[in-house]
Design a protein around this ligand. Sequence first.
Ligand SMILES: *Cc1c(COP(=O)(O)O)cnc(C)c1O
Length: 550
Amino acid sequence: MDLLLDVDVIVDICAPRQEFEESSRDAITFCELNAGRVWIYAGSVQTLEYVLFYELKQNYARSDRYPTDRQIKHRTSQLLAEFCRDKQWLAALAGEGNVFMKADPENEQLLTALNRFPDRSIKILTRDKPLLERYPNKAISPEQYLNFIDSQTNVPFIDLKKQQDAIRPALEHNIHSLLHHGQYIMGPEINELETGLGEYLGAKHTITCSSGTDALLLALMAYGIGPGDAVLTSPFTFFATAEVITLLGATPVFVDIDPDSFNIDPEKLEPAVQAVQGKDSSCHPLPAFCWPAITDHRPLTPKGIIAVDLFGLPCDYGRINKIAQKHGLFVIEDAAQSLGAEYQGRKAGALADIGCSSFFPAKPLGCYGDGGAVFTDDDRLAESMRSIRVHGQGDDKYDNDRIGLNARMDSIQAAVLLAKLDLFPQEIELRQQAAQRYAELLAPCSMLSAPCVPQGYKSAFAQYSVLARDSTARQRHQTRLKEQGIPSVVYYPKPLHRQSAFAFLGYNDSDFPVSDNIASRIFSLPMHAYLSRETQETICQCLLAVDSNF
Ligand SMILES: *Cc1c(COP(=O)(O)O)cnc(C)c1O
């Protein structure tokens, strides 16, 4: 539970008022220890200065000291600046303005501000008797709060709150600026974000769009992919990767993964290309379907590869790009999970002909809705994708060169991402540290193996996915974690060749044994930049306990 501090409680501590200081301080500490946030209402600033000034003046007078008003004013500012330094500012919103006719305007403001939060997630910490009596569900005294048992705090799988706390001023500034300039579509934020991302990745062209899925669609459409075309990709990925291929009428040809990296196995790419070319499934499993009236007449032509940087670890692009070049195929990097990762000193998203990423909230760099981007060094592809993003627009708004999409990113999502982008490189480093701690803590675990990051690679650790010895071991580990209130998730329980949506492709269940095997053993632990060592120790103790009971 969060606390919103009333002015009197802040004065208790800053003045300090002997009989109240300790309980007020303790309440704040208790809240922080229980992962609650401590808020100060930005609309209270003047009252706070005013009340503290007179409280200090009285205190000085009581001890027979008479500093000048200027000196007291200076002391007031110092004390408040210091106290507020590590607290969260709660912005005053328009609806909290016209409260003059209310019996108690200031309390009315706080009560109204509280309505922004989900039920029971915050209370006003106050000594105001009328407020406490009238609103027992909304207000609490320090003494009451110290006797209140906060319900067991759950470990979040991905903590977006802590990140938000770190960027709140920039975030609110960006969103409010947007409300004022009103360019909701293709506003100045879009260009600024594209420039920022391009510089970060080292990509010549960055084109933001409406989602990671649409980013993949833009890339495939720029290559003119359609019926009769085969696109090679991994069966062990999020559904969208192969969905977009099918959506354009082309055929996904799955290539099994490497058991260590969980990424597409470069070893199996060439046999797959040859199998498609020769319509020969003896060297590599092929889809046995008949797309009505197409495959009957035309064989499939291999056109490209979508390589997926699963869980944030880049694929082996050195080998993949070489094989693609040899066979005249394009390579699209599905970097939805790998923004911030590196391969041989180059950033993920810029490792193939086109990189596609997602800003879905749970990705390493997430917005507050859907968003995506494509990256490329190729001028012609960039131009096509820019056009396809807006209905195949030509030079003029009502001049259409091709069939396209409505796939722009909203300005408001760019505004959110701009606030996060500055922090992103640092967050990637924090993820490295969290991953390193997990690896050390899990080292004694004989039932689990930690993810390996080969020399020359850096993972974005979108997920920290561990491999259990078998599915029974996974079951036991997950059950144990759940009992302790620790979430874990299986990405992905069902490889794509087994999905009923792809049943029409006619794959056999046993076509991709490595993907099947990994899918039966893998699970992901809580992972984010703000994961504490203590939380990781709790998680790993849990896992080790299962280990010793085997
Ligand atoms: C999330 C994800 C996508 C799709 O991104 P959206 O923004 O949700 O459309 C595509 N591929 C992979 C590997 C993903 O993880």
